[in-house]
Design a protein around this ligand. Structure first.
Ligand code: HH2
Length: 286
């Protein structure tokens, strides 16, 4: 069995069937880089959530703080106040929805899990809040551990690596080992090279090109390249909402290299591209 198929099978526990997992992005923030302010109101957020689910999202990733380069932190209280009403509202409309909370704060993760979220997406990979491991361990829920060099406020100033692929792989291996040591179940770990988080264009491309080095760690791999500015550097497309084609290229290439989770704004386009990629790569397609 190929690498992609093996990891796709592992993803089975969180969704209806094997195959790539599409994570729809729902930013409940005033300042996210591509959709800031669009879904601050729970009503508008719930409507967008329903649209993402109808387009084929397997999971909705709800975030209450932007991590775009240069962004400012918000308080945990503010973050909870943004995220929890939206999680509750989505689940009252669509009880079957699988929700992930994009936070590095244990208090926000706890509140979102209590409200019915099923995943935690921690962009600090347990470095942001020492209590996060016990929250994940107690909830026995899946967690996404992402690589980031520096912190959002300054991470794009001068990212530097000797060997970006080796350093990101070693970081994720160490974080996963720490997580297991702290009581997180290995089968609940998903790793993410953190496209655009303390990386220049060449770093992002090297990671996408050599994704097999990350896949070889043995955990499902998530890619979050959606609408990011490195796509503009290549294509010249300035408006984030217009970077769908560039995003789809990253999705298909990363899927072929063994990634199985795709965190995207444009669910329909990525879902369709993945269906075609899947049909080409796996003969099981009918
Ligand atoms: N990217 C963003 C936010 N969270 N989480 C993971 N695991 N991987 C990513 O690549 C990732 C992430 C940034 O994108 P977005 O949420 O659209 O923007 P903002 O941080 O401005 O809200």
């Amino acid at each position: 069995m190929g690498r992609t198929a093996r990891n796709a099978d592992r993803a089975w526990t969180w969704r209806k069937g094997p195959g790539p997992v599409v994570v729809g992005i729902l930013n409940v923030t005033p300042d996210s880089f591509s959709d800031g302010g669009d879904f601050l109101d729970p009503e508008a957020a719930a409507e967008h959530a329903a649209a993402l689910l109808d387009e084929g999202a397997d999971i909705l990733d709800v975030g209450g703080e932007s991590t775009r380069p240069g962004s400012d932190r918000v308080s945990q209280e503010e973050e909870i106040g943004r995220v929890v009403p939206v999680v509750e509202r989505i689940l009252s409309d669509r009880p079957e929805a699988v929700i992930s909370v994009d936070t590095y704060r244990s208090g926000t993760a706890t509140a979102a899990l209590e409200a019915g979220a099923k995943f935690v997406n921690d962009v600090t990979a347990f470095r942001g809040d020492p209590s996060m491991t016990s929250v994940i361990q107690e909830a026995a829920c899946p967690v996404i551990l992402m690589h980031m060099q520096g912190e959002p406020k300054t991470m794009q100033k001068e990212p530097h690596y000797e060997d970006v692929v080796r350093e990101v792989r070693d970081f994720l291996a160490e974080r996963a080992e720490y997580a297991v040591w702290a009581g997180v179940r290995p089968e609940n770990i998903i790793v993410d090279p953190g496209i655009g988080f303390g990386k220049n264009l060449q770093h992002n491309l090297a990671l996408l090109r050599n994704l097999d080095a990350i896949v070889d760690l043995g955990f499902p791999v998530l890619i979050g390249a959606s609408r990011k500015s490195f796509i503009e550097r290549i294509t010249g497309v300035q408006g984030p909402r217009d970077r769908v084609s560039g995003t789809v290229a990253t999705t298909v290439l990363a899927y072929e290299r063994g990634a199985t989770f795709f965190r995207v704004h444009d669910v329909r386009a990525n879902r369709e591209a993945l269906a075609v990629a899947e049909a080409v790569l796996h003969t099981s397609h009918r």
